[in-house]
Design a protein around this ligand. Structure first.
Ligand code: CUA
Length: 313
């Protein structure tokens, strides 16, 4: 099991102007509400102590119909609420600028993983690489049910609704790894719909993108070649694409560059040979409800398939 991190995902440490606008609004609202909460509690505490009934004391004098107090306690809350309303509208405009350029990348939510497509033709899963310091316009789609795309440090949340693409801005002002997740209950493995955003300097991003555009090479050794035949015989390619090897996929994650990714099963396991072997043996052990069944492979088939998949770099 992955110990989640070091990808930070605290909304209190924003790393984009969109996330920063939301954090600022939260901070201001928290301070305003704290002042009100402390003020009201203090007045109540003072009143309880100062005006409590004492033995033998006469009825306290009644105080009603004071226009000044009534105006004051109507005007002050109204002013605060209006201010917070203006702040919210301003934050909405900052965190979600209303422009409509063509999308820089498309994120498609699935039960229970994320498909990521770039206009360049790169297709990957559960990991988004972005050049640092550039605002990307992300088209958010869903293949099945309603999910919710969120990378708290970089962007606001955005619902992924089947048949209704939404858009959201994504940007990282500092290089690093940022954690994200699905924020709306979408079924059994909702909790394991994690994603990672890798923000890299432009040159590193270009290197990554070029590498991802390459098709898979033919298997290099005997074991890997037999592994590819297992892949074919078990019809793995019906769900999983391997670019350049005739496997078109279209249902599960594209495996052309499987080894270049850091996790399996949208974050449920580290992408290591051992974990991959365990996954191939029975995905349901690791991620119950995942749409990949167990193929009851023999140990020999497992070894060959692993040799094949480990070459998909
Ligand atoms: Cu997808 Cu929750």
């Amino acid at each position: 099991m992955v110990v989640w991190g070091p990808g930070n995902e605290s909304p209190f440490e924003p790393s984009s102007p969109f996330a920063a606008a939301i954090t600022r609004m939260f901070d201001i609202t928290l301070v305003v509400c704290a002042i009100i909460g402390i003020g009201v509690t203090a007045v109540i505490a003072y009143s309880l102590a100062a005006f409590r009934a004492r033995r033998g004391a006469p009825e306290p004098s009644q105080h009603t119909g004071d226009k000044r107090i009534e105006i004051l306690w109507t005007a002050v809350p109204l002013a605060i609420v209006t201010w917070l309303f203006v702040l919210a509208v301003e934050t909405m405009a900052k965190s979600d600028p209303q422009v409509d350029p063509p999308a820089d990348l498309t994120v498609i939510a699935h039960q229970w993983w994320w498909e990521v497509r770039y206009p360049s033709g790169v297709v990957t899963a559960n990991e988004i690489h972005i050049p640092v310091g550039r605002s990307l316009y992300v088209r958010v789609e869903s293949a099945d049910v309603v999910h919710d795309f969120s990378v708290p440090q970089l962007t606001r949340r955005m619902d992924a609704v089947p048949g209704h693409p939404n858009h959201v801005w994504l940007r990282a002002d500092a290089p690093g790894t940022y954690g994200g997740a699905c924020f709306e209950f979408c079924g059994l493995q909702h909790a394991w719909m994690r994603l990672r955003v890798f923000a890299e300097p432009g040159a590193a991003f270009d290197v990554w993108q070029r590498a991802q555009l390459a098709a898979a090479a033919p298997p290099s050794g005997d074991a890997a070649a037999r592994g590819e035949r297992v892949f074919q015989a078990q019809a793995c390619g019906t769900c999983h694409a391997v670019e350049g090897r005739g496997f078109l996929g279209g249902v599960g994650p594209d495996l052309t560059h499987l080894v270049s990714r850091t996790t399996l099963g949208a974050g449920v396991a580290d992408d290591t040979p051992d974990q991959l072997r365990a996954w191939l043996q029975n995905p349901q052990d690791i991620k119950p409800g995942a749409h990949m069944p167990s193929f009851n492979l023999t140990q020999e088939q497992l070894g060959e398939l692993l040799a094949y998949l480990e070459e998909l770099r």
